[in-house]
Design a protein around this ligand. Sequence first.
Ligand SMILES: C[S@@+](CC[C@H](N)C(=O)[O-])C[C@H]1O[C@@H](n2cnc3c(N)ncnc32)[C@H](O)[C@@H]1O
Length: 261
Amino acid sequence: MASLICAVPRTREALLYSILLSSRFINNPTPKLKSFSIQLSIVPQPHRHCPCSSSSSSNGGGVVVVSVGKEEGQLLRSPQLVALEYSDLNLSHNFSQDLGHVRIRQHVNPLCASLSVPAPVPDWSEVYRDSTLPLMVDIGSGSGRFLMWLAKRNLDSKNYLGLEIRKKLVKRAEHWVNELALRNIHFMFANATVSFKQLISTYPGPLMLVSILCPDPHFKKKYHKRRVLQKPLVEFIVDSLMPRGQVLLNISMICKTGHIC
Ligand SMILES: C[S@@+](CC[C@H](N)C(=O)[O-])C[C@H]1O[C@@H](n2cnc3c(N)ncnc32)[C@H](O)[C@@H]1O
């Protein structure tokens, strides 16, 4: 048994969000995961404290645990699960020395001077084979594998843009995109909070979907301004989406006050 853990309050709404996270494992597992049994359970987290609220979250805090196991005693850790989920991409791990050491935990301060200016707008017609196709943008794309997985399945119908503030992750994603020879996906080193508007205003096609998956929560109140989801960005997303456009949001926690943490 192994666990993929996503912290959520024990409300029905929040549970739905975390089921969204796990739904790819449950509803559409890769062939390699099909023979595994999958269980969802909620474990209370009495000590988890949400800084937006004056009280501790013992009134509703908890973690949803997705357990995946084949036989008693067999353990799969969540990074292994994620690797299995994307195994059909066949991504290589032979990088140059520079790319090989991507430290996943390293955080970047989005308020530093160099990240406070919008990223340069690329020539979209050079970036995509057909730059008029509907666009999906993943804000904080991390490793980028989720977008690559989608791009490979929608080669001629959609374009994909990953915005990521950690340069090394972007370089590694670009390396993988070249390997996969995909012409409908692009990754940019950018602070999405300050770059999204300019990038999307210049894209020739419609904005179809914006995903924000597990944004860094920045729990401490003094760091809330580092969160990627700031009001002007949310307003711009709402204004720019095409009719029937969608937002895919996967968050770790909604506190009592309704804040996304
Ligand atoms: C917790 S990770 C989630 C990564 C990915 N979405 C996933 O679900 O696996 C949050 C990501 O957002 C990125 N990020 C944080 N602030 C950002 C910003 N202002 N602009 C772009 N990316 C940002 C981080 O570098 C990190 O890769």
